[in-house]
Ligand binder design. Structure first.
Ligand SMILES: Cc1cc2nc3c(=O)[nH]c(=O)nc-3n(C[C@H](O)[C@H](O)[C@H](O)COP(=O)(O)OP(=O)(O)OC[C@H]3O[C@@H](n4cnc5c(N)ncnc54)[C@H](O)[C@@H]3O)c2cc1C
Length: 452
């Protein structure tokens, strides 16, 4: 989400400082000789790359045994080297920082746009045979156009209501509302009844035509993580290092890992999701308002169920399908990867994602095949499946942050504020929140702030 309007309000969230008590205000600021980066997702890697470019001494500590975090490319078909994304999928047309990195590391971006079919109330409608009502299309255009004219007070008012309420208050016809619920909830990972009206409107008013569902990296999005890590050097990235405690004393930051190793530095850049953050013991403790903000923020439940089929029976490479079934949203996950076989991903959100996540592959397969029934007897082509339920992810317990009513303007600046010599970064506090772009941008910004 591109909320430049918010940044221009002058909140300067990334540079604000939170302190637990007045005696701690004197964080000793010297030019940092060494910096620790916590997390090797896109945010941590982006911070590390900046530090590498600046020739500063640093180390990255990552709990998983791989880099990339919520960017997670999986080889589904070894024989044909078909890769699917179990985490982040699309690179947006407006996502300049990610595109710059792809250029720097020589990664081709493929078109990954789709034309959406609809399965609604048992009726299958190809992409060119359904749309919003003329009345609503016209009204929504006006709403989008008006976004840039909203005053600060109006933006905050919008943040205080959910997206569903905003649409209803703006007279959306019921059928259009049902369609928006199905489609928009794929963007936020939860029902539109849980999403801040400001978060939603800013996303739709300022995103590309296809709502940033534009490109994908050749070889999978994980390629970028791997290439950055190779460039930085594996000696700088310690995998399998789970941080459990952080101490700040005399202007130094000390990090303690569960394997007993400790690291000391002048600054720390913390890029981990809030669930992981809440598990770390901080000395001195994080300020109460930061703890409250961490506890207030929810992450969206998304389940990705990728199924490999022996043939691409859906017919067209740019196939996707929104449904009102539990499988929710399907898209062709192997577009631009030539082979006879191919994969569809069922991408479900909220309680539908729970249903997928809680059940076993047998039931998941049934739900997927049943949802595809109007299209084909998909079981005839079934080869294998893989599931990832982000609601259970050990580190984030969700896919990405979902800002609810009133939260964007209240808790986001608190989450972003530095604490003594700790700078915060990550998708959850980004202008482009919920995207790789946000992770990359905040990582780079935190590195610049830490170096200053
Ligand atoms: C299902 C799904 C779909 C998505 N779709 C898109 C999309 O289409 N386009 C898009 O741009 N974005 C998408 N995203 C969002 C994108 O993946 C994230 O915004 C981005 O990857 C987050 O990066 P990050 O560095 O902020 O966090 P992370 O990737 O979570 O990195 C944080 C790292 O910290 C590590 N860590 C946590 N705790 C500790 C600890 N105590 N000690 C050491 N290490 C720790 C974690 O293992 C992790 O590797 C999607 C995400 C998901 C899950």
């Amino acid at each position: 989400m591109k909320r430049r309007t918010f940044l221009s309000l002058g909140a300067a969230a990334g540079t604000a400082t939170l302190v637990a008590n007045p005696s701690l205000t004197q964080a000793i600021r010297t030019k940092p000789a060494r910096i620790i980066v916590l997390g090797a997702g896109f945010s941590g890697l982006s911070a590390a790359l900046k530090l590498h470019d600046a020739k500063t001494d640093f180390v990255v500590l990552e709990s998983r045994n791989r880099v990339g975090g919520r960017v997670f490319t999986h080889v589904l078909d070894d024989a044909n080297d078909l890769r699917v994304e179990l985490g982040a999928e699309w690179v947006g047309r407006s996502h300049e920082e990610v595109q710059k990195l792809c250029k720097r590391f020589d990664i081709e971006l493929f078109n990954n746009q789709f034309e959406t079919d609809l399965l609604f109330r048992g009726s299958y409608q190809p992409s060119d045979q359904w749309e919003y009502s003329e009345e609503w299309k016209k009204r929504f255009e006006e709403i989008l156009k008006n976004f840039k004219n909203l005053s600060d007070a109006q933006q905050r008012e919008l943040d205080n209501m959910d997206w569903w309420r905003f649409l209803v208050n703006n007279g959306i016809p019921e059928n259009d509302l049902f369609l928006r619920e199905l489609l928009d909830s794929t963007d936020f990972g939860e029902s539109i009844r849980h999403v801040s009206g400001f978060s939603a409107l800013s996303e739709y008013a300022e995103s590309s035509k296809k709502n940033e569902m534009d490109f994908k990296m050749k070889g999978g999005n994980g390629t970028l993580a791997r290439k950055i890590a190779e460039h930085i050097g594996s000696d700088k990235i310690k995998l399998g290092y789970h941080v459990e405690a952080i101490e700040q004393k005399n202007g130094k930051v000390k990090v303690i890992c569960t394997n007993g190793e400790t690291f000391e530095a002048d600054r720390l850049i913390c890029t981990i999701p809030t669930f992981s953050l809440s598990k770390i013991k901080f000395t001195p403790a994080l300020p109460k308002e930061k703890i409250n903000a961490i506890n207030a923020l929810q992450y969206a439940r998304i389940n990705k169920h990728a199924v490999l089929f022996s043939e691409r029976f859906w017919g067209r490479e740019d196939f996707d399908l929104i449904t009102d079934t539990s499988a929710h949203y399907f898209y062709h996950a192997t577009k631009n990867q030539p082979a006879k076989s191919g994969a569809l991903i069922s991408y479900s959100i909220g309680e539908k994602a729970d249903v997928f996540g809680w059940n076993d592959d047998h039931l998941r397969k049934q739900m997927v095949l049943e949802s595809l029934r109007p299209l084909a007897r998909a079981e005839d082509y079934f080869r294998k499946e893989v599931n990832y339920y982000w609601g259970s992810d050990h580190y984030s317990k969700g896919s990405y942050a979902v800002y609810g009513k009133g939260q964007w303007f209240s808790i986001r600046p608190i989450l972003a504020a530095k604490f003594l010599n700790i700078h915060f970064a990550g998708e959850h506090i980004a202008d482009w929140q919920g995207f790789m772009e946000g992770a990359v941008a905040t990582g780079a910004e935190a590195a610049e702030a830490a170096l200053a």
